[in-house]
Unconditional design. Structure first.
Length: 241
């Protein structure tokens, strides 16, 4: 039987670097004056980050603890380039004083994220599934080596790898719609409330240099704190319904 909930990360492992937050990228930024200045400005020089994965390869607490809220999405949830405690999802869990459970994987498209929803919501039975929506123009697939490959249609270098199935906006919207409806169905069958968070950056800084993680590509602490406050409001609104 296919395990749709499989992570691409090793289980019970701690890593110092993770794509796109690689040591090679960090050293390159250190060697260039403009990016070194950014690293220094944001406090990332000599700042160690540990990516610790639980028994199933997810960057969160053990699944042995009761799951109240299950977070899902891509790197914007997993927290690439950030210490775990600075990510918005971990901050929300800490604010609510509950275990932090996440099945987010960097690079996920809607299909890969929904595969994990289908696998883990029935097992963990969370009260809320909190999804930070992946980009609708992203496509991923499994290889024979059990590797999940992800491309983004907005990257001009990847255009040659696509056909109209994913390159056409109408198809992108259908892909997103169908995966959201499947997510709602799985949640409804398991007594779970799905809450969707819009993709990309949410605050006024967006992805500008004022708001960068260590890889200088993902949003940093300002965006994390902004998203945390937004999500807490959504949870409180859901509790009143």
């Amino acid at each position: 039987m296919i395990n749709w909930g499989e992570s691409i990360h090793p289980s019970n492992t701690a890593l110092k670097w993770l794509p796109m937050d690689t040591e090679e990228r960090y050293k390159k930024h250190l060697s260039q004056a403009d990016t070194r200045e950014m690293l220094e400005q944001f406090g990332w020089i000599d700042c160690e980050i540990t990516y610790s994965f639980n028994e199933y390869g997810f960057r969160c607490d053990t699944f042995d603890h009761k799951c109240e809220i299950l977070f899902n999405g891509c790197s914007m949830v997993e927290g690439i380039g950030l210490p775990l405690e600075q990510t918005w999802a971990k901050q929300v869990a800490d604010h609510l004083n509950i275990p932090y459970h996440s099945i987010a994987i960097s690079g996920s498209d809607w299909q890969y994220a929904t595969q994990r929803t289908v696998a883990w919501v029935p097992k963990l039975k969370p009260k809320i599934l909190m999804i930070k929506e992946p980009s609708a123009c992203r496509l991923s697939w499994w290889t024979d080596e059990n590797e999940n490959i992800s491309f983004d249609i907005e990257d001009p270098k990847m255009m040659k790898n696509y056909i109209d199935l994913i390159a056409t906006e109408k198809n992108q919207k259908w892909w997103r719609y169908s995966m959201k409806e499947l997510t709602r169905k799985v949640c409804n069958e398991n007594g779970c409330k799905p809450i969707f968070i819009p993709p990309f950056c949410l605050n006024k800084y967006g992805g500008a240099p004022e708001n960068c993680a260590r890889d200088l590509a993902h949003p940093g602490i300002i965006e994390q704190n902004y998203t945390k406050e937004l999500v807490i409001k959504k949870i409180e609104e859901n509790d009143r319904m």
